[in-house]
Design a protein around this ligand. Sequence first.
Ligand code: WT7
Length: 631
Amino acid sequence: MDLRINSFAEYQDKYAQSVHDPEGFWDQIAQTFTWQKPYSKVLQWEFDTPKVKWFEGGKMNISENCLDRHLEERGDKVAIIWEPNEPGDEVIKWTYKELHQRVCQFANALKSQGIKKGDRVVIYMPMIPDLAVALLGCARIGAVHSVVFAGFSASAMADRINDAQAVAVITSDGLNRGAKQIDLKQIVDDALQHCSSVHTVIVKNCLGWKPAMVTGRDVSWEEAVRDQSTDCAPEPMDAEDLFFILYTSGSTGKPKGVVHTCGGYMIYAAYSFQNVFQPEENDVYWCTADIGWITGHSYIVYGPLLSGATSLMFEGVPTYPDAGRFWKVCDKHKVNQFYTAPTAIRALMACGNEHVQGHDLSSLKVLGTVGEPINEEAWNWYHHFIGKEKCPIVDTWFQTETGGIMISGLGAHSPMHATHAGLPLPGIQLVLLDKEGKEIKENEVEGYLCIKFPWPSMIRTTYGDHERCKQVYFSHYKGHYFTGDGAKRDANGLYRIIGRVDDVINVSGHRFGTAEIEDAINTNELVVESAVVGYPHEIKGQSIYAYVICNEAPSNEAEARESIIAVVSEQIGRIAKPEKIQFVSGLPKTRSGKIMRRILRKIAEGEADKLGDTSTLLDPSVVKEVVEGAL
Ligand code: WT7
């Protein structure tokens, strides 16, 4: 079961093997998992359509591989440690045996509620250990989970429920986030006003609020599991059966449902987890992400549990009750691998080093970052003050669509270069393409980051709209998966991610499409048109700048701003709120009517003196006004 690479030489060897004989390479790894029926073919693929099948003919179940497979050897080992929001509250520790029982029980509860294989189930829950049970329970019966981050609004959730035609929602009365509590059940009730496909809502008691329940639709979690058996045979799944859907933003339209399938996702989540973090048998591993994002799916739940590791789950936020919380938790649970986001590192760095002092961080072996490029200052602080210069930093690049980490160091085995994610994992064939789509082979270059060969956990389709998947990812450069990111390759072949080259904004590691935010802003009755761009932000990496045309110049700008923020919060969630809103009378457009975002981006970045060529503009005088009014 140990899939770890143990030296840089071994990495080079494995990488070469994975390129020369991909099928042989992945076959060997896949053999170490539990298959109910062996696969007949490792890989079949065609990028143009796209059609990718891994481990065809094989039958398996991920929850069986996460749980049952470990029972004999690790039944009494802790699978999940849960650290609550309030530092003094009781910690929960569930062994593999206990987790197995809870998952089986919950899986039986799902079945009793009429939920079956292939049904879509939306999960909208706090970071409590039952959330992991909800995911694994779905996996056990072959229901397709779609986790919606509990910071999204009712309207955003309704869109996702309707797109997936979900039959059930799993939620809780409310959640704790630092000093705040949020009424999740109410948000679900609001969302369900606009959804007709949902027949069941399961409500976990988290805060003791006893929310109103809709008869015939709502059932409490506790009641649903009460009389259920702790045995539930894992549903045999085809390797290419749908495993889960996770919605993410793109440069156009509404968020799309990224589809992952069972076999390939399983193999890659485990393989990448073990190699990037290099956990040893008795280590405690902690990823601070929320399970609402791909990082939480692959590196809190599936990767660690498939590997028989101990995964710590944290309910709270980095700054509650103070900015020392992360380090306090590392000390308390003797965390060995710690994985967080650059935005959290920058926020904590800004709070001062006194919050780090007094916490024993000597258990740490590997530090990870994910979600956005990490700047040199934050990297150095993390390396020096948290890792005490003893811990390698793995800067892991991946995407919702890639399912697992694609570029990263492997524990201490890889060359490390601050701000560089590093080398591709075995099996990942990266290329940099120029504007014409030609591969740039040399080093010390910059280009569009693409992938030219399938990997097991790659996106299979966008739910309900395969054409969109083809257009967004496989049509820009023929024969390649296009990531949407630009990257540099240094003299040693290490990759440094520059950032998105499309209309996607990355705020604190969360992804939003400019169009999606503009659509929300435009629903405000004051607004005629808007254009949104990202601009650099010290803590969040990027922030949102909105240029807004109103039907008449607002008499009270502060009020108008509040009402615009309110519609964005309502349509998407507070996390998508524009930091700056500038009222303008016009937007720079080309003669064909396309907004020239390049110009708006420069202005937002405070570089109005570097606008470049504006001769193709319909009305160059607009630019002058926008520059003068810039915030
Ligand atoms: C986008 C994917 C996958 C983690 C959570 C975000 C950016 C991700 C890094 C990194 C530089 C990164 C990219 C990517 N990104 N990790 N280590 N260094 N940029 O998942 O919401 O699907 O966003 O996040 O721009 O395309 P996501």
